[in-house]
Design a binder for this molecule. Structure first.
Ligand SMILES: [Zn+2]
Length: 103
C-alpha cells in the first residue's frame, strides 16, 4: 500500500471510529460510508492546495492526486463535494476565500 493509500485509509477509518460506525449494511451503512468519504476528502484536501494543483496540472486527476497526497478516490469525492457546493448556488471563489480566512 502506498503512503497516499495508507493516509487516506487511516483517515477514513478514524472518521468511522469517531462516529462509532458499525458495519456497512443497510441504509445506515451506506449513509455512514458516504459521510466517511466526504469527511476524509475535506480533512485531507486543502481548498487552496486544490486550486493550485488544478491550475498547475490543468485538471489532470492523477497528477493532482499525487500533488495533494491523496488517492484518486479521495480526489473524486472532493470534486463531488465541490459540484454539490456549486449546485447549491455557492461560488468556488467564496469557498477559496473562506479557506484562506480560516488558514
Ligand atoms: Zn468506510
Amino acid at each position: 500500500m502506498s503512503q497516499r493509500q495508507t493516509l487516506c485509509t487511516l483517515q477514513h477509518e478514524l472518521i468511522h471510529a469517531r462516529y462509532r460506525d458499525v458495519g456497512c449494511a443497510g441504509r445506515n451503512g451506506v449513509r455512514n460510508e458516504l459521510r466517511a468519504q466526504r469527511e476524509t476528502a475535506l480533512a485531507l484536501i486543502d481548498p487552496m492546495g486544490y486550486r493550485t494543483a488544478e491550475q498547475m496540472y490543468e485538471g489532470d486527476k492523477w497528477l493532482m492526486s499525487v500533488e495533494l497526497g491523496v488517492t484518486l478516490q479521495v480526489l473524486s469525492d472532493y470534486q463531488t463535494l465541490l459540484r454539490e457546493w456549486c449546485c447549491q448556488g455557492h461560488s468556488l471563489q467564496q469557498r477559496y476565500a473562506d479557506a484562506s480566512v480560516n488558514a
